[in-house]
Design a binder for this molecule. Structure first.
Ligand SMILES: *Cc1c(COP(=O)(O)O)cnc(C)c1O
Length: 385
């Protein structure tokens, strides 16, 4: 066997600064409720130019809290895209409410505002707009589709530093949730952030992420004495995680520049491939976070994805699949709500034929050339099968 260079889909960018930051926290006495989470929140809010950034244990925790503080419950409906991470829909299920799936716009992969308008009814309490792979949703169109009385949540798990009409993702709805899972734009190992300009929402999130105490640690007159006024959760971020986040904040400009250059190069190298559709930005108002490049094979299955993936894998090319199926096709949702194939044609196309190629800051230009060449070769071979 020849030793081939493996190109991973994602790689957490952990360096000396992150290791040192964690060691410093461990050398001290404060592992939660400390200055690192506060500093991380300040830096994050400043980057988005938003009033509040509240650290949480994951993006999923943030999505759950968003619906929890809004009182979403049994009998309520929340509109979510049919093509997203399952966490977007699970957050609705945690509240015993019903996720109502909207198909996506096949040009962008984002939730289709026309579908949202058609699905909205008296039971609709919230809509979650997921900026698919970092490309911002047309938030004005979503706002128009649902009207002013519906809570507008952004799932920004893959949208750090994306912007829409000159405003950053994370400040385009009532509140937003970010993810710091290892292969996202910034990592804290596990972690998330909720952002909002609304003081009331911020206060409710802070309360509910820490058991529903009536006062925070620093506000207690007698240590250890508090009342509990809400059914809150423990969704806090530790000082260790926050310390990694603070170190990563200093590198975001560099990460973004590299992602963007890799994305542009890969897109141009694949531009002559007739078999591949690449979701496009609708215009200058939509600036992506360039999470990865989605190469989508034909709807008719003439190039089977499984064969292409097998080929890439054998050549050491890392890839991912966003996402392995439209959410209504996952067993839990399919069986609970009786979904059939064909109900979400665009999301199902992406779910069966999309391949996510890496563009992360861990890649060199040569790596991108290798990826493009490997994909072209894999498609030729898959068509012959
Ligand atoms: C990764 C991801 C999540 C979940 O984030 P966690 O921090 O792992 O909870 C939610 N939504 C989208 C779109 C994601 O990509």
């Amino acid at each position: 066997m020849t030793a081939k260079k493996e190109i991973p889909f994602g790689l957490p960018m952990i360096g000396e600064a992150e290791r040192k930051a964690v060691a410093e926290v461990l050398a001290g006495t404060q592992l939660v409720h400390g200055p690192k989470a506060a500093e991380f929140e300040r830096l994050f809010a400043a980057r988005l130019d938003i009033a509040h950034a509240i650290s949480v244990s994951s993006c999923t925790a943030g999505l759950h809290l968003a619906l929890h503080i809004h009182g979403v419950g049994p009998g309520d409906e929340v509109i979510v895209p049919a093509m997203t991470h399952v966490a977007t829909a699970h957050a609705v299920e945690y509240q015993r409410a019903k996720p109502v799936f909207a198909d996506i716009d096949p040009q962008t992969g984002n939730i289709d505002p026309k579908q949202v308008a058609a699905l909205k009814n008296g039971a609709t309490r919230s809509v979650t707009a997921v900026h698919y792979l970092g490309l911002p949703v047309d938030m004005d169109a979503i706002q128009t589709a649902v009207g002013p009385d519906v809570l507008l949540v952004e799932d920004c798990a893959l949208a750090l530093d994306a912007s829409y009409k000159g405003r950053k993702a994370g400040r385009l709805g009532d509140l937003a949730c970010f993810s710091f899972y290892p292969v996202k734009h910034l990592t804290t190992a596990e972690g998330g952030m909720v952002t909002t300009d609304n003081d009331k929402i911020a206060e409710r999130i802070r309360n509910m992420k820490a058991f529903g105490y009536d006062r925070m640690l620093g506000e207690r007159k007698v240590p250890g004495v508090y009342d509990v006024v809400n059914l809150g959760y423990n969704y806090r971020m530790s000082e260790l995680h926050a310390a990694i986040g603070v170190a990563q904040m200093a590198r975001l400009d560099e990460f973004r520049a590299r992602r963007r250059a890799n994305f542009d190069l890969l897109r141009s190298l694949l531009s002559d491939l007739d078999e591949v559709f690449i979701p496009v930005s609708p215009g200058a108002d939509f600036d992506s976070a360039y999470y990865c490049l989605n190469a989508i094979l034909p709807r008719d299955g003439s190039v089977p994805r499984a064969a292409v993936l097998e080929d890439l894998k054998s050549n050491g090319i890392g890839f991912s699949v966003h996402y392995p199926a439209a959410i209504p096709q996952f067993a839990y949702y399919r069986e609970k709500y009786n979904y059939c194939p064909g109900m979400f044609p665009n999301a199902e196309w992406y779910g069966s034929q999309a391949i996510s190629l890496p563009v992360g800051p861990h890649l060199s230009g040569d790596d991108v050339q290798t990826i493009a060449a490997a994909l072209k070769q894999a498609i030729v071979r898959a068509k012959k099968q």
